[in-house]
Design a protein around this ligand. Structure first.
Ligand code: ZN
Ligand code: ZN
Length: 222
């Protein structure tokens, strides 16, 4: 696969155009903003000593844990953008590999990519979260388990304060999940409102544990 990708990109690094045997040269790969600082296990924001943060303690989200591989800053944002809006699906393999590194040997009963609205899926032709989830090789991503019960405006077009209301009740589960563990895969986690709403739907269907596996995390300004 790596060889195939290298041919696809002409043997040059996707970011710096230098010689590369993979999508990124070793230097660009090493420069990716991988998250290593101690983080809240629940929301993946910085937290001294890796303790559950104050926000999660006072207003606990419905998900139990979050694994986030990269900070959503350059060049991670450029890679996600190219996958999401420019149809550069070959990047999914690279981004999945980066997320796999961070997930380690964790396993779950079901892997659920965040569903796109039907309208957006028609327009884009693919769901970037599905593409990332496929590359994780943790079983076949389950595209039927959690569905949108209504279309909503894109979260990125809304101010943070409106995002929670925008997605309220937007997802439902199609099966019972008694006692199961579920990983929800997303490209970027910002306020976490969408992931929280999906976790609520999964928990309502009986899921015992919901973890978010997200490629990139945005950090609120201090
Ligand atoms: Zn490079
Ligand atoms: Zn937290």
């Amino acid at each position: 696969m790596r060889k195939f990708l290298a041919q696809l990109f002409g043997g040059s690094c996707y970011l710096c155009r230098g010689a590369a045997s993979a999508l990124l040269c070793a230097a660009c790969d090493a420069d990716l903003p991988r998250l290593a600082a101690p983080a809240c296990p629940r929301c993946a924001l910085d937290s001294p000593g890796g303790a559950v943060c104050g926000r999660c303690l006072s207003d606990a989200p419905h998900y139990d844990a979050t694994v986030a591989a990269l900070a959503y800053e350059f060049p991670a944002d450029a890679l996600v953008h190219a996958l999401k809006f420019r149809g550069e699906l070959a990047l999914a393999e690279l981004l999945s590999a980066i997320l796999t590194e961070k997930i380690g040997d964790q396993s779950v009963d079901h892997v659920v990519p965040v569903p796109l609205s039907a309208a957006r899926l028609r327009e884009r032709g693919y769901n970037q979260s599905v593409e990332i989830a496929r590359g994780l090789r943790r079983g076949r991503p389950d595209l039927e388990l959690c569905v949108r019960s209504r279309d909503t405006p894109a979260q990125m077009d809304l101010p943070f304060a409106e995002r929670r209301r925008n997605v309220r009740g937007a997802f439902r589960c199609t099966r019972q999940l008694a006692g199961k563990s579920v990983a929800v895969v997303d490209d970027v986690m910002t306020t976490g409102a969408t992931l929280d709403e999906i976790a609520l739907a999964l928990k309502t269907a009986g899921a015992a544990r919901v973890v978010n596996w997200v490629l990139a995390r945005t950090f609120p300004p201090d």
